[in-house]
Structures are given as C-alpha cells and as structure tokens.
Ligand binder design. Structure first.
Ligand code: SR1
Ligand code: MG
Length: 421
C-alpha cells in the first residue's frame, strides 16, 4: 500500500474491493456473480475483464512501476488521471471513437470502462493477415477530429490553456517518449536491444550525423510545439477492432504536442506492418494482397485526415488562430484556403519525420512490436527490420522533400523489394 492508500487489485480481491460500485452492479450484476480475468498485455498496467450475470466491464489500473521492466522503474499512478481526462475529451471530440468510461478513482488509479467485445487488438489481427473494413476512414477521422478540436483552431483560449496546463503534468510519460523514441535509438542506451544480424545497420545509423540532428529536431518539436492534445501513443496496439469497427484505447501518454505526432506514429505502425508481412508468409507471396491493403490504409488515413481537417477548418474554426474575422469576413476566403493548405503541408512534414523515428525506436529501442517480434526466424526478421530502418532514415532526413502520401507508399513498396542488410 502507498502513502495515499493505493493497493493493486488482483482477480481475487477485485469483487470485494469494487463490488460496492453502483455502476458495476448495474452494468455487470452483483459481485457474487463476477468472474475476473487479468488480461493486460501492454507495457505498463493491469487490465481486468469482469463478467457477471448482467454484462461485462474492463477495470484498468495503473501500477506504480513499468510492468514491462518491473519495480526497478517506478512510474507515477497519475497516468491514470491523464488517461481518464484524455478519454473523456476524445469521446466529446469524436463520439464513439473510444470505449465509454463509467467510473474513475484517482487514488486507486482505476478507470472502469466498457468491455469491447468481440474486439481484438489491431496489431494482432494484422500479424494474422486480417483486415478491417473502413479502418482508414475511421482512424483518419479520429486524428482530424481530436487533433483539430483540441487546438487553438477550435477551443477558446482559456479552455485550451487550462488543458495545456493539465496535461503538462504528464511529465513521467512524456519523459518515456522523449528518451525511448527520440534519443535511445541513436546511441548505445542501456535498455536498447535489436535482432542479431542488424549490427552493421545499427552502427551506420548511430554514426549518421544528419540522422542524429533530425532526431533532435523532432524531439524539440515534440517538447515545445504544444499545438493540440495528442493521444501520445497512437499505434496499432492502441486500437481495438472487429471486422468493421475500430476504437482507440490507452491515451495515457496524452500531452500537448505537434498535430503531426499522432498521425506520423500511426502511419509508421502500418508501414511496419507492411514491411513485416514477408516474415509471416507461409509460402512466397501469400501476404502480397495484405501488403497492398496495408498501404491502402496508410493512403486512406492521410487522405481522410486531410479532408476532415479541411472540413473542420471551413466549418468549425472558432478558436484564436486564423480567425474568420481576418479572412472570410474580409472577403479573403482564398487566403484562408491558402493558410489551410500551408498548415496541412506543415503537419505533413512533421508527420513524415515522426513516422521515421517511430520506425526506428520499435526496432532499436526497448519497446518492440509484435509485427516483427513474432517472426521466429531471426534472419528473416532482421531482413524485414533492416528495410524499415532504411525507410525510417529516409523519412527523417528527407521529411521536408517528401512530396506526398503516394510517394511515401511508393517508397514502402520499393523498400520491400530491397536488401538493406
Ligand atoms: C516503458 S513503456 C514503453 C512503451 O510502451 C508504451 O506503449 C509506449 O509506446 C512506450 O514508449
Ligand atoms: Mg498503451
């Protein structure tokens, strides 16, 4: 027990501890009917599925340390507070995009929410070669709506500044991103690991001074450009899907940062899914159609994001930036369109850079992804990962000259045919 009275839950203690919660009694049934499973497979938290005579719920509880590493790496329980606050804002900004939140207990660092079923984690589905109808549109909309509506383009200055201050407290989780994403991959950091066979590639990347500069430019953008409330960890492990629905989960890394961060991280994870597919082939070429689909999702996420962002710009631009009073109300609608085009162009360049750095950290740093990790043969895995590393490097160093999404998906197709070991 901590000084504040926090105690970690277990399947055995959960019914006694939470059985008095009205919302759980109403949604799940009386506690004596509950069955509890701990199912957390993420890097940080406990996740329980509670099933009773009336239904089910998820109980997510933060641990006072990083689950992936253990008690030697303490981590504040307050991440649960930031997750709760991000979830309720995402629901308001893009209704239906996240699980419904039913209860929050700050002292116990518990969020009780809707159990998404028959949903599975998107990353696992992609490794198995499965597809989701409408995925790109849903995710592109989520990015545009949450990122636009959390910014000075939409919010009142007072509300946005209050949220900026609130999420500025998420110091420990930002620190993880600042180190694990932007710095550790580029030197021999203690928690780094990589697949045997990548040593030459790793040495070349660490000696690449342009790359090191690009990584720190991106880190500076992340730490200093507080444009909007980010999800902060938007990868395919933070999305739950059925064959035709997607919901975004786990925004505990929420913070104010550049609009292109979430978009770039998300695209990176689909590019890694694409480049990992040859490692999952049972026979040569049997994942080719899946690879095409994954690139169509990349294309669709960006196209939907840009179209939805433009629509919000034209219809909901009520914040302090690029006010209609300066443009449309002066008969200068064309200038507003020019400004929109410039803003989307800047988001694109940011997103391309963040995309590259995410591809690097998932292969060189502490937190790898199942897309590559599930490739049992280390030689095949290294070959796939080397292509992603090479692509990540080109994206980071060449972000400003990447012409558009078609060029980016064409680069992925080309990389997939090359040997970078
Ligand atoms: C120590 S936490 C490692 C990673 O897991 C989370 O999901 C974030 O992606 C973080 O970078
Ligand atoms: Mg997570």
């Amino acid at each position: 027990m901590t000084a504040q009275g926090y105690v970690a839950l277990s399947p055995a203690t959960l019914p006694d501890r939470l059985g008095g919660l009205a919302v759980l009694r109403d949604r799940v049934g009386p506690a004596d009917s509950w069955q509890v499973r701990e199912v957390g497979d993420g890097n940080l938290n406990l996740v329980f599925i509670v099933t009773g005579s009336a239904g089910s719920a998820v109980v997510k509880q933060a641990l006072p340390y990083v689950r992936l590493v253990g008690e030697s790496w303490p981590l504040p329980l307050s991440r649960s507070f930031f997750e709760y606050n991000a979830l309720i804002r995402q629901e308001a900004r893009d209704p239906g995009s996240v699980p419904s939140v039913w209860h929050f207990d700050e002292v116990q660092a518990i969020v009780v929410m809707e159990y998404l079923t028959p949903h599975v984690i998107l990353r696992h589905a992609l490794v198995e070669g499965r597809r989701v109808d409408g995925l790109a549109k849903r995710l592109g909309q989520f990015c545009a709506r949450t990122l636009f509506r959390g910014s000075d383009l939409s919010m009142t200055a007072a509300a946005r500044k209050a949220d900026l201050a609130l999420f500025a407290g998420n110091v420990a989780l930002c620190d993880i991103t600042e180190n694990l994403v932007f710095s550790d991959p580029y030197f021999d950091a203690p928690m780094n690991r990589h697949t045997p066979g990548l040593e030459g590639m790793v040495a070349r990347l660490r000696a690449d001074l342009s790359l090191k500069v690009a990584a720190q430019h991106l880190k500076m953008a992340f730490t200093s450009r507080a444009e909007t409330m980010l999800h902060g960890d938007l990868h395919t492990g933070s999305i739950m899907v059925t064959e035709s629905e997607a919901k975004v989960i786990d925004p505990e890394f929420a913070t104010y940062g550049p609009i292109g961060f979430d978009v770039g991280m998300l695209i990176a994870n689909f590019l890694m899914a694409h480049l990992s597919q040859p490692g999952h082939e049972a026979s040569p070429g049997d994942r080719a159609a899946q690879q095409d689909w994954l690139l169509s999702v990349v294309d669709g996420i960006w196209e939907t994001f840009a179209a939805e962002f433009a629509q919000l710009w034209r219809t909901e631009r009520r914040g302090i930036l690029y006010q209609a009073s300066l443009y449309e109300d002066q008969g200068h609608a064309l200038a507003s369109e020019q400004a929109l085009s410039d803003v989307i162009g800047r988001i694109w360049v940011d997103a391309v850079g963040f995309c590259g750095v995410e591809m690097h950290r998932r292969i060189l740093g502490l937190a790898h992804n199942a897309d590559f990790e599930k490739i049992a043969d280390e030689g095949r895995r290294a070959a796939c990962e080397a292509r992603a590393l090479a692509m990540g490097r080109q994206l980071m160093v060449g972000a400003a000259s990447m012409p558009g999404i078609t060029a980016l998906t064409a680069m992925a197709r080309r990389m997939n045919t090359e040997d970078h070991l």
